[in-house]
Design a protein around this ligand. Sequence first.
Ligand code: CA
Length: 363
Amino acid sequence: MKRRQFVTGVAAAAGLSACAEEETASTPSARSVETFEWNMVTSWPAGLPGIGVGVQNLADRLEKTSNGRLKVKVYAGGELVPALEVLDAVSRGTVQMGHDSAYYHRGKVPAAQYFTAVPFGQTVHEKNAWLYYGGGLELWRELYAPFNVIPFVAGNTGVQMAGWFNKEINSVADLKGLKMRIPGVGGEVMRRAGVTQVNVPASEIFTALQTGALDAAEWVGPYNDIALGLHKAARYYYYPGWHEPGPMLQLTVNRDAWNTLPEDLQEIIGTVCQAINVDMMADHTWGNAIALKQLKEDPNVELRRLPDDVLKLLRQYSQEALDELSANDEWAARIQASFNDFQNMAIPYHEISEMAYLNARSL
Ligand code: CA
């Protein structure tokens, strides 16, 4: 590439004919003007604040930073393929790209759940550190290799909310018999607490909660939950999101499609994903602050903290669920070891930095 630029530069400086220049650098030049029109399927409702807008930003930035050489058309959940089958579509090569949550595919790849969130796991800061510097990304790429898919970190919502409930949760007994939308290991933990766990895509949560088909549902946080109208479907809004402390979103690229791209476009995808990862977190932080104010002023919404004994029991069940996951899946064991090693190392520092500071600020 450097040699071509040099040769082209010299040719131009010397005023040589366009023909001679073309001959010198025909192959790389042809590649640098080649355009790619790709499709990206997602799990998200079109225009959903934070996430839906974020994936459109991702596509727009890919087109701009590639000078129009990589155009990506974004499809909302269910538009081209079912909302929860994004990874399968990318794996098959039905589309070149997908954006969704890794834990939607826990039936097929149990260990993938570490790449969204596990209960009482890593925060957004810890997750980014583990992925970018602690070997997490390499493990993830290895895990997805058999599916012919390359994953990228492409967004995070920060600590979520525990969810919307149509009744108060004052003790562990109050959880028993509830039917709740809660995916991932969090769902397995709730199952151990006597909850009937289901997963439905974002677009179906409001109706299910409003009609009583569900008694409770977790989605994201104030910003996204208001967008789905969940505050009009249930009264009690519980925190903290013990099950999803720093859930990240994934961009997946079909490997065959990836291999057709020149190196600079591959580099652009990685760099734009990192930019979106920062941007989506900033958007959520901003949007959640505004949306929470609205919810606190809403007479039909009661904001509640889950009682300590409920959180303690959920933590115990989380440990049991994660141990069982590792015992039954070699990949989960390997990933959990790396994930936990870093988290255990990060905790002492975050206790005297993030936690100490936030506590000091609220004195
Ligand atoms: Ca969630």
